[in-house]
Ligand binder design. Structure first.
Ligand code: FRU
Length: 702
């Protein structure tokens, strides 16, 4: 008899668990893809790091964990500890979903832990300082809680629990939970998307601060408390910068700027989806500003106004009183004598996303309006022409076009939406040519109009999700720092996965790992306070066998042969001029097979000044259509003209740190073998002064 699949897997699961339980740790941590020096749980699903806290020489890592399987569910807090941020010991689940393994009545979503030294909460006993966790309770059903509070189905609310044995076992505060039941007025209706409190002690005001996200509104709310139980709303912040998806896992902390006296505050935010340009799904952004114990205010330099790249030359922004004709544009049809529009026109849904007061909006007499607007001619001077466009999506009828030698060489349209967004034409191959831009509207039916603004010439592509990205790769999310470290020390860990494909990565019996712990610092780079990161912890003790290769010149490829399986590679080389016509790259290809049919390429693009990590042929990429991609992060060469990359390679991940750590790219990879054959590559010319240092990283599960 054939059993239905679900029952078969249930039975298999029952058979498998006793086997797993007796398996030694050593065997368990040798599976294909198993991270050798990154934290992953022995089995089951993991997501966000939670409750990171350092106390008495021990780092505690709690994390979103499903005790019952290897996809998201029954959210609980798993627990692991380490003395060096490298070797981790997994402990029993710290906060287990209520009702598990039966009907779940409460899940424990993300949050943080503080050590309440002065026993402000009163949870302490016999002189023992309580540890307090603040987390989001998620209630799958409507219910009346022990505290007498009534919660609705799918409500998210903030609760606390305490521990009197230094974080090993926890008691929920049933008499008072949830301590913040609903979002503040006027956002009460956001009770389904209200989560991820991050708590810390603010010395100056002698109060606890909790930063919580109103995920869908792209806002954070800041609360203060004297006892961790009674919370008062202090302020709100947002939206700002990238808002492509929900805002999750917010936190704020101080850091000195350039190691000096000046202290700035940094807001970290998870964004899902809407991550860095070129990625799909989750990302982590930051904003630099100040915090006075009540409110977070952003530095203007850290906020992006939605405008184009800094190096843009404005060709036309459609501001000012002149008609199109007075600006030198030729007009036909209904546009004869017309002028730019002041935003939304009569009978039109609200038009958003344009800059300043005016734009081209061809809804003059509604969708029936037709005609052409043709710009004065110009020389193509930059690599890109960027513009904001919205309205109809028909490329033949409502479009913006580039004409060269009376040929249409580029054309773009809106996406049947009144919201304008950036598009750009790569015109590097047309530089020096004479050209003209034409905006056409030949359509009279639904979406028979086009909106255009901000035509800019620039050497950088304009994108909508402009933000300060803490990592430019696809697998760095829900980043959180440790409480309990000295004031200027900020060590963070992120979930090394992405909600886009997190549930289907091909690992078993665990799913997801953490990034290496990273130490953050704030440095002025390109005139802006920027976060830089480097691997934290005792790397020297973990690495061995340093091999160094030096090459005055590398042209095409240079084989380095077979290296260890888990590596720390430092790559330094001179930057060079690149002609815009051909690709000019240098880097290292890390292959699982001698013939390099499966490889991950990490390198630098000299023409765009970007580091990149290319996993298109890295191994198993089949489980998600967006996985096989290349990721880029901007990095200017150092003052001495060199570029350096530090690459951490584990069995299923590549973390790249560029320059001083201002550009990092974190990506998972799933090669079919844990072997590394490597070679250097140089395209579009010779790369000089190349130095490669390779060290093996020890397995931390021994
Ligand atoms: C972020 C997140 C949090 C939530 C948790 C649930 O990855 O969605 O907002 O608390 O995961 O597991």
């Amino acid at each position: 008899m054939k059993l239905p699949l679900s029952i078969t897997s249930l039975l298999l699961g029952m058979l498998a668990s006793p086997v797993l339980a007796t398996a030694t740790r050593r065997e368990t941590y040798k599976e294909l893809y198993r991270p050798q020096y990154h934290f992953s749980p022995a089995k089951n699903w993991l997501n966000d790091p939670n409750g990171l806290v350092y106390h008495d020489g021990v780092y505690h890592l709690y994390y979103q964990y499903n005790p019952g399987g290897s996809t998201w569910g029954a959210m609980s807090w798993g627990h692991a500890t380490s003395r060096d941020l490298m070797h981790w010991t997994e402990h029993p689940v710290a906060l287990q979903a209520q009702g598990f393994p039966g009907n779940i009545t409460e899940m424990f979503f993300s949050g943080t832990v503080v050590v309440d030294e002065e026993n402000t909460s009163g949870f302490g006993r016999r002189g023992k300082a309580p540890w307090v966790a603040m987390y989001t309770s998620y209630y799958p059903t409507e219910q009346v809680l022990q505290s007498g509070k009534h919660v609705r189905k799918d409500q998210q609310a903030q609760s606390i629990a305490y521990s009197l044995d230094k974080g090993m076992t926890w008691t929920t505060y049933d008499a008072g939970n949830p301590v913040i039941a609903i979002p503040p007025a006027p956002y009460e209706d956001q009770y389904l998307e209200f989560r991820d409190p991050s708590v810390f002690w603010h010395k100056e005001t002698r109060r606890w601060i909790s930063v919580i996200s109103l995920a869908k509104l792209h806002k954070i709310v800041i609360y203060t408390s004297r006892d961790l139980k009674q919370w008062d709303l202090a302020s709100e912040f947002g939206p700002a910068n990238a808002v492509g998806g929900v805002w999750e896992c917010p936190s704020i902390f101080p850091l000195s700027l350039d190691n000096g006296k000046k202290v700035k505050w940094v807001l970290l935010l998870g964004l899902n989806p809407g991550g860095p340009p070129g990625t799909v799904g989750s990302g982590s952004q930051y904003i630099v500003g100040d915090f006075d114990g009540t409110a977070f205010t952003a530095d203007p330099e850290s906020i992006h106004d939605g405008g184009g790249p800094d190096d843009s030359v404005v060709f036309e922004d459609f501001e000012g009183d002149e008609s199109f004709a007075a600006r030198g544009w030729r007009t036909t049809g209904n546009f004869t004598g017309a002028s730019p529009a002041k935003g939304t026109l009569a009978g039109q849904n609200p038009v958003t996303g344009f800059l300043g007061e005016q734009l081209v909006n061809t809804f003059l007499d509604g969708d029936a309006t037709t005609g052409t607007l043709a710009s004065p001619s110009f020389n193509i001077s930059h690599k890109y022409i960027n513009f904001l466009v919205g309205g109809g999506s028909n490329l033949n009828e409502t479009a913006i076009r580039l004409n060269v030698d009376r040929q249409i060489v580029r054309s773009s349209a809106g996406s049947d939406s009144e919201s304008l967004s950036w598009q750009s034409w790569d015109v590097s191959a047309l530089q020096g040519k004479r050209a003209g831009i034409e905006i056409i509207d030949n359509a009279t039916g639904g979406w028979g109009h086009i909106n255009v603004d901000q035509i800019l010439f620039s050497n950088t592509r304009a994108t909508d999700n402009v933000a300060n990205w803490l990592d430019w790769g696809p697998d760095f999310y829900a980043v959180l720092g440790f409480n309990g470290l000295p004031r200027d020390e900020r060590t963070v860990i992120a979930w090394m996965n992405n909600w886009q494909y997190g549930a289907v990565i091909p690992t078993d019996p665990w799913r997801s790992a953490m990034t290496v712990p990273r130490k953050l610092a704030l440095k002025t780079i390109g005139g802006k306070a920027s976060l830089v990161s480097e691997p934290a912890g005792e790397w020297k003790a973990l690495t061995h066998g340093g091999r160094v290769f030096s090459f005055p010149r590398v042209e095409n490829v240079r084989d380095l042969g077979r290296l260890g399986k888990t590596l720390e590679i430092t790559l330094t080389f001179s930057s060079r001029q690149a002609s815009s016509a051909e690709k000019a790259e240098f880097g290292i290809a890390l292959a699982a097979t001698r013939d390099h049919s499966q490889e991950t390429r990490v390198g630098y693009d000299f023409s765009t000044h970007q580091i990149f990590s290319d996993r298109t042929r890295s191994g198993d990429v089949s489980f998600d259509s967006t996985f096989a991609s290349t990721y880029y992060a901007p990095l200017a060469p150092a003052a001495d003209g060199t570029v350096s990359l530090r690459i951490l390679l584990d069995w299923s991940s590549v973390e790249v740190f560029g320059g001083q750590g201002e550009a990092t790219i974190t990506s998972q990879i799933f090669p079919s073998k844990n072997a590394v054959y490597s070679r250097l590559f140089s395209t579009g010319g010779v790369t000089s002064d190349v130095r490669v240092r390779v060290r093996e990283v020890r397995d931390t599960w021994r």
